[in-house]
Ligand binder design. Structure first.
Ligand SMILES: CC(C)(COP(=O)(O)OP(=O)(O)OC[C@H]1O[C@@H](n2cnc3c(N)ncnc32)[C@H](O)[C@@H]1OP(=O)(O)O)[C@@H](O)C(=O)NCCC(=O)NCCS
Length: 152
């Protein structure tokens, strides 16, 4: 097990963290969230958590809890820390948090081409429930959004 996986901590995201978060965001996505997306989520009171190791942000997640549903809006691991089990750990932490808040279903949507995220979600037990054809912009046109659900 990597050292980071063994000793990471979580704390809630604040607007003062956004410079660091946006640096990671623009590094890991072709179409990153902007400060407005994060600020809107923080203002709306969504669950927004940082994954920290030795004082550094190594990942983060944004999730909305409503009634018995959890909606995962963003989960990201900084490039240098990917493929060490951190994404799986962070998502598992959020599933546990959602469950203890009374959520019975978790929903997310993912670009059809996002092989690593889809592999992670399937390993955790998410199933595909719908495809929104041509939902996302790409450099060469449009691509599908895959909607996935986990019963928790
Ligand atoms: C998707 C993401 C969060 C996964 O985080 P991670 O820490 O790299 O993933 P993990 O190491 O926990 O891997 C968990 C499983 O996902 C799968 N996986 C992860 N990266 C993969 C890749 N590049 N290719 C194929 N499968 C991959 C593996 O099956 C792995 O299972 P294993 O440990 O049994 O091999 C990370 O790649 C990321 O931040 N990507 C950019 C942002 C993004 O696309 N977020 C999702 C938006 S919907």
């Amino acid at each position: 097990m990597s050292q980071v996986l063994a000793d990471y901590t979580l704390r809630s995201m604040q607007s003062a963290d956004l410079d660091d978060v946006l640096r990671i965001e623009s590094d890991v996505y072709d179409y990153p969230w902007t400060a407005t997306h994060f600020n809107d989520s923080l203002r709306a009171g969504h669950q927004a958590w940082l994954m920290l190791s030795a004082g550094h942000i190594v990942g983060y997640v944004v999730m909305m809890l409503v009634l018995d549903e959890a909606h995962l809006f963003n989960i990201s691991i900084a490039k240098a820390y990917q493929k060490q089990g951190l994404g799986r750990a962070l998502l598992s932490d959020m599933i546990a948090r959602a469950k203890s808040a009374g959520a019975k279903h978790m929903f997310l949507e993912v670009r059809a081409s996002n092989v690593s995220a889809r592999a992670l979600y399937e390993k955790i037990g998410f199933v595909e429930v719908h495809v929104r054809g041509g939902y996302y912009q790409t450099d060469s046109g449009r691509e599908d959004a895959v909607l996935m659900n986990l019963e928790i």
